[in-house]
Write a protein that binds this ligand. Structure first.
Ligand code: FAD
Length: 310
């Protein structure tokens, strides 16, 4: 029995998603090898080697892996999968992009977005926008699994460093080419791994207001900015900020929902947050039912006052 965990990194820094994914991988009960695939990514591989309980790190370093696109990465992982019983990755933008391709290449069913590992072949995943939990057993000989990393603690670093082994990388299949990438704001933490998230909803009424009221607060709090789907659909916030059933699933230490009603599809993405603060002018807004702290009031008055206090 052996497990292959796909690391998340930016070629230099290992994302916390890897340390969380490692806890899930270890729950399968087999030794865990971590794959760090990228370009000039030895530093990220060294960080992975320091994580507690990692058996070995495989370093796949090639120019065409720089952007970790699904086509070359899927091919690489499928080639390595022969030595493993399970391939596991975070159910992040990247994991959700590449693992279905790996499952297809291996001709197995993918287990998506597992929130608990019951046994090496049995997994719990949430369905119906988080309203029910489903326990499934996979009969495939090889398991391909994405996990909801917010459901697993981050594995700490250890004193011991595991070996890093270079692996051969298949040639670029040439199915895709990287064009450009836009990173909205590098100073803010990534939504998926942020400890504090301040989210805005339809209440802001415009892109200008959304930025004007939320950005200074996010900066002061060191928080990531999130948004409801209504805010995204109305053009107030970028698509990748959406939290919820069809957006990102997050579980920060602190989630501040501003002018968000608390529709079930939004709650599906944030209700596991450790502490939820809701600001809404409607005292009957459903968000208050799950909030630890609720403030009934106008976001346009409360947020500037909050910022001043900070
Ligand atoms: P609204 O529901 O319009 O709520 C706005 C809130 O702001 C109200 O509660 C109001 O009282 C309050 N408010 C207004 N003005 C102020 C003010 N000045 N000060 C304070 N409070 C104020 N939604 C998501 O968020 N994420 C998803 O991933 C998602 N996926 C979906 C998938 C499907 C299949 C479907 C059908 C829907 C999905 N939705 C999702 C949409 C969801 O159902 C809601 O429509 C959406 O979450 C509402 O966003 P909102 O709370 O910003 O807007």
């Amino acid at each position: 029995m052996a497990t292959l965990l796909i690391a998340e990194h930016d070629n230099t820094t290992l994302s916390e998603l890897t340390a969380r994914g490692l806890s899930a991988a270890k729950a399968l009960g087999a030794p865990v090898t971590v794959l760090v695939a990228g370009a000039n990514c030895a530093k990220a591989a060294e960080s992975a080697a320091r994580l507690d309980g990692v058996e070995k790190v495989l370093l796949a370093d090639a120019p065409h892996l720089e952007h970790q696109m699904a086509e070359p990465l899927g091919l690489l992982i499928a080639g390595l999968a022969g030595d493993f019983d399970a391939v596991i990755a975070a159910a992040s933008t990247s994991g959700k992009n590449v693992l279905p391709r790996v499952a297809a290449l291996l001709d197995v069913m993918q287990v998506s977005d597992a929130v608990a590992i019951v046994a090496p072949d049995t997994f719990v995943r949430s369905i119906y926008a988080g309203s029910a939990l489903q326990t499934i057993r996979s009969t495939d000989a090889k398991k391909v699994i994405t996990v909801r990393v917010s459901a697993f603690p981050a594995t700490p670093e250890s004193e011991k460093t595991s070996p890093v082994e270079k692996v051969d990388v298949p040639a670029d299949p040439g199915l895709s080419a990287f064009e450009t990438e836009e990173k909205p704001n590098d100073e803010r933490p990534d939504l998926g791994g942020a400890r504090i998230i301040i989210s805005g909803g339809r209440a802001f009424g415009s892109r200008e207001n959304f930025a004007k009221y939320l950005e200074p607060l996010a900066l002061k709090l060191g928080a990531a900015i999130g948004a409801s789907r209504a805010a995204v659909d109305s053009g107030y916030a970028a698509n990748d900020l959406q939290v919820g059933q069809t957006g990102k699933i997050v579980a920060p230490d602190l989630y501040i929902a501003c002018g968000i009603s608390g529709a079930v599809q939004h709650l599906a993405g944030m209700k596991e947050s450790r502490c939820i603060v809701a600001i809404n002018k409607d005292p009957d807004a459903p968000i208050f039912r799950i909030a630890d702290y609720g403030l009934v009031g106008d976001v346009f008055e409360i947020l500037p006052a909050f910022e001043q206090k900070l």
